[in-house]
Write a protein that binds this ligand. Sequence first.
Ligand code: SAH
Length: 461
Amino acid sequence: MDFLPIFLDLREQPCLVVGGGDVAARKCALLLRAGARVTVLAPALSAAFDADSTAGRVVHRAGHFRDADLEGHALAIAATSDEAVNRAVAAAATARRIPVNVVDQPTLCSFILPSIIERAPLTVAVSSGGASPVLARLLRARLETLIPAGYGRLAALAGAFRDQVKARIKPKERRRFWERVLQGPVAELVFNGRDEEARKALQATLEDTRLTYSGGEVSLVGAGPGDPDLLTFRALRLMQQADVVVYDRLVSQPILDLARLEAERIYAGKERAMHTLPQEDINQLLVRLAKQGKRVVRLKGGDPFIFGRGGEEIDSLAAEGIPFQVVPGVTAAAGCASYAGIPLTHRDYAQSVVFVTGHLRDGGMDLNWSALAQPRQTIVCYMGLLGIDQLCRQLAAHGLPASTPAALVQEGTTPHQRVLTGTLDSLPGIVRRSDVKAPTLIIIGEVVKLRDRLKWFEPVA
Ligand code: SAH
């Protein structure tokens, strides 16, 4: 280890920044964030100093650096483009034992600045010891995705309860208590912005003499349409903490691979006409697993609340008093439209978009046809392949021109994505001739025309 990481209390401490350019402005902003009093020594300040993070908050001393300028400062940063000046600052600071950082010159530094992930009061610092700041920044970006934005508030909540916990819980049990709180329902409440409920839940856990909420919890997680890159940070985090993952047929393998290695995987997929598990059984399965104390992730394709029967699953959880949350996902319409280059609305072509299910009940589609067959509206039909004849026929019968552009997006956002375009008239024939298979999304409307111009980036099989 070439550098010892420490966290410095700079509140109200005088710090000197030498240099008036953009880099110097960034360093000033950082010092100000830590509560320092900052003096900038430079002939002039660049426009970057006008930003909110620095404007009116630093003392500008116009002039050139002299050793005596360091007097009385707790820390110095040299950020000029003149190497001789940078060296002079480093030498003078070192002689006075004032910690000094010279931007981009690790050999002149007595301290280096890490890449920072801030979730105040929680701070994570990453450093490559000056070897590769870019690598440190890349690592920082990865950590950013893993650390929920609510971690700061969670840390603050834990801080507020520290004394109470100390008074009530024996030292040996404290660690387990905190682990449970910081990874369980209390934490999830904080991440969902329900801080007051989280506080109450934490208080209740503390007052519960058994000190155990042994029950588990269920997260209904939208896995998006297929491309793992479209997962939300929250989805990924919950998948990596899960004891059990109950997944649908629509959830792609690459997404499943991101779940915690040790997590049990239960397939509850539904294939048309071959329901692997009836919905009622899935509801009961979730309840049972949660009652065993497991952290259950119910992974669903797209968004759980869009043709996902998410409502029914949380119904039975709510009835049983099992903590749950719903994590939205990118719905097939949004994913497929983007990846196929079809904007669902457009100033010139469509002012509204409707999502409908083409699922057949007793052989029929129960839709409000006249409301659908409107000009300047895009129709997105989920589960519509089997009923495609009926869909196109009814829309035409209710006034949509037979020439209305239409598209089929099969396995959208995956490497197997296939996009076929035609018209209301030709769509059923295309489905038969081209052997189109589920999952496929149907998009009908003038916006489909834009595809030729906008399909700039389509995954290739
Ligand atoms: N909750 C899901 C929809 C479930 S209904 C969501 O929000 O996306 C299942 C239907 O969604 C499929 O029949 C198909 O019409 C559509 N669908 C889901 N993923 C798809 C994909 N990757 N490509 C094309 N259509 C998809």
